[in-house]
Design a protein around this ligand. Structure first.
Ligand SMILES: [Zn+2]
Length: 78
């Protein structure tokens, strides 16, 4: 079976993200990327990056964002 083909990808900044860069403590930004494949698979990825040019960036699973200060629902973690 051939691997699924990517048919579209959209990226949007998560304006409800309030996490901070673990390196310099400056506010970080989160970008949610949704990848759609031709086998009806939808892959959601969240990338976090520092708002300052310290170079920090990471990818988190949508259900593992709580450790960075917000939940999958986009609410600040308790
Ligand atoms: Zn930083």
């Amino acid at each position: 079976m051939p691997p699924p083909r990517l048919i579209s990808s959209t990226a949007a900044e998560l304006l409800t993200f309030f996490g901070k860069c673990p390196q310099c403590r400056y506010s970080a930004t989160a970008t949610e990327t949704v990848l759609r494949y031709d086998n009806d698979t939808v892959d959601t990825r969240i990338y976090l990056s520092c708002g300052q040019p310290c170079g920090w960036t990471t990818q988190v699973a949508p259900d593992h964002t709580g450790s960075y200060g917000f939940t999958a629902a986009g609410q600040p973690a308790p």
